[in-house]
Design a protein around this ligand. Structure first.
Ligand code: ADP
Ligand code: MG
Length: 317
């Protein structure tokens, strides 16, 4: 289960070494609690096999006390639940797809507001015309609202995967390089934009405009997360190879992939929100639409890629 040879002598430190830093902390905390309060616990964590495969393990344990009532030994069982979790994830993804229907509510609301604006401006324009004036300002406002509406529709179509797309062979590093001027003026003045773009990466079959949209949406979010404190945004492109288990875990075929990473030193995402940030209309911003990550998700899904989200909320926040 742990990918170790049969003659391997198990140890607590050996186990911890296989865990991610975050899981190490969680396991150690529970073990400490077991020893001080003399209670059993259960936990799920991910381990990395020596060959790089990721597995999900579920453990449950009890504390055995000696005659004086002090903890003598922790014993229990571990189970590899990677497959079960994957099936669960798939069914969650299916449910999510079905729930796209409930999206209609969100869209109806957004559009109702936009149409309300159009109606009001049209009434004003008619009144001005009747009075012999030129309703230019109203027409401009109506046009602006229509542009907003068209933008929402375009993003939703990308999310739903209905946009007709032309796939070509594209070099992601060149795409990002070509966007640098635009990105530099779009990000917050307090954010330093750094890149590390691999040269001569294999070309991917994708739609260049959609890749630009991914980069733009992620960098915009990174900049929003930094806000008006000083911080940095990093965009990197490299090659990655997914082994069998990691591929199963991410729900994609194993093989070679291009890895596009956007990271920032901003406020991070609270644990309980991680599962929802890709939902359409999920936003924590007063002027946000909540479509950025939904669109990224839609495009990546269509390219048969996978998304990893790593986040750490900043200490003190
Ligand atoms: N880099 C990031 N750092 C912190 N939070 C983020 C980041 N990217 C996305 N989020 C969170 O995910 C939410 C959804 O993002 P998104 O779909 O782009 O919509 P919007 O940016 O319009 O809010 C954001 O409101 C924010 O709470
Ligand atoms: Mg956004």
């Amino acid at each position: 289960m742990f990918g170790k040879p049969l003659d391997y002598v198990p140890s607590y430190s050996g186990l911890l070494e296989q865990l991610t830093a975050e899981d190490q902390e969680r396991v150690q905390e529970l073990v400490r609690d077991s020893l001080t309060r003399k209670v059993g616990h259960s936990i799920e964590y991910q381990i990395a096999h020596p060959n790089g495969d990721l597995r999900t393990i579920s453990c449950i344990w009890e504390v055995l006390l000696d005659e004086e009532g002090s903890p003598m030994r922790i014993f229990g069982t571990c189970q590899d639940i990677t497959e079960a979790r994957r099936v669960q994830e798939e069914s969650l993804a299916r449910q999510k797809l079905e729930s796209v229907g409930t999206l209609a509510g969100g869209i109806a609301h957004d559009f109702n507001n936009l149409l309300g604006g159009v109606l009001a401006q049209a009434e004003l324009a008619l009144a001005e015309l009747a009075a012999g004036a030129h309703p230019e300002a109203e027409l401009h406002r109506i046009r602006d609202v229509a542009v907003q509406g068209a933008d929402i529709v375009r993003q939703l179509m990308i999310y739903a995967g209905n946009e007709s797309d032309v796939f070509e062979l594209v070099d992601i590093s060149r795409i990002v390089t070509g966007m640098l001027d635009l990105l530099n003026v779009s990000v917050s003045k307090h954010a330093a934009l750094e890149t590390n773009l691999g040269q001569n990466l294999p070309a991917v079959k994708a739609n260049a405009a959609q890749l630009r949209q991914i980069v733009m949406n992620l960098v915009t979010n990174a900049s929003d997360a930094i806000g008006d404190r000083d911080g940095s945004i990093r965009v990197t492109a490299s090659k990655a190879t997914l082994g069998r288990n990691e591929a199963i875990w991410k729900g994609v075929p194993e093989g070679d992939y291009l890895l596009l990473e956007v990271s920032d030193s901003g406020h991070g995402i609270p644990l309980d929100m991680r599962a929802r940030v890709f939902d359409p209309f999920m936003t924590t911003k007063s002027a946000g639409r909540g479509l950025g990550l939904a669109v990224v998700h839609g495009i990546v899904r269509k390219l048969q890629g996978a998304i990893d989200l790593e986040t750490r909320t900043r200490k003190g926040d």
